[in-house]
Ligand binder design. Structure first.
Ligand code: BEZ
Length: 202
């Protein structure tokens, strides 16, 4: 698959005749909401897990020094909690451009998490970059992933900020993600050194 997925996404027939549609966000769509929406709700999807397995050449890295950003991988039995936005179809021009580096729009069943909509389902869209896209990096150890993130920055800022903002947002929702938290732990400045140094002061 080519890197630029805009044309593939534009050709999909997801939006014809619709006045609105739910979009499930699991990564930057949670903390970088630069698009209008009609309403938002916490939601979950089944059978997918977050992984920093996708290269970013255009946002959190450069072609010479790509960063690592999230995609979803199939994970039977797992649940991924995120934020669903009800949006109008015109929003996808902007989002297809923003997420053009390998992400395809797919349809997905989501379940709302909180009352008064708790356990209600909706069918909507999600952006996923699969293993057949040119920016796919695939698995690496947590330490290797964190090291690549620590040295990367791009037009949208530092790759480390992408990870820490998402980890903070997920924790605030009470939806900590073990993979995101493990990478964030490698990247957060340790406070234990500072406090033990403080403890030694007279
Ligand atoms: C998301 O937050 O849903 C998202 C993550 C990566 C690319 C596109 C969307």
């Amino acid at each position: 698959m080519a890197n630029d997925t805009r044309e593939l996404n534009r050709r999909q027939d997801h939006l014809t005749g619709r006045s609105d549609i739910w979009l499930f966000g699991y990564g930057s769509l949670i903390h970088k909401v630069d698009f209008p929406y009609l309403e938002s709700r916490e939601a979950s999807i089944k059978g997918w897990a977050r992984r920093f397995w996708q290269a970013s050449h255009d946002h959190r890295g450069t072609p010479e020094s790509p960063g690592r950003v999230l995609t979803l991988v199939e994970a039977p039995g797992e649940t991924c909690v995120g934020v669903a936005y009800r949006v109008t179809p015109d929003v996808f021009g902007h989002l297809d451009h923003r997420e053009k580096n390998g992400y395809l729009r797919l349809t997905i069943d989501m379940t709302f998490v909180r009352p008064p909509h708790q356990n209600l389902h909706a069918n909507g869209l999600i952006y996923i970059a699969g293993p057949d896209n040119a920016a796919w990096l695939g698995p690496a150890s947590d330490a290797e992933i964190a090291a690549q993130i620590a040295r990367s920055r791009g037009p949208s800022g530092r790759n480390i900020d992408y990870v820490l903002k998402l980890d903070d947002a997920l924790q605030a929702m009470g939806a900590e993600d073990l993979h995101v938290a493990a990478i964030a732990k490698h990247l957060r400045p340790s406070t234990s050194t500072q406090s033990s140094a403080k403890g030694r002061q007279p």
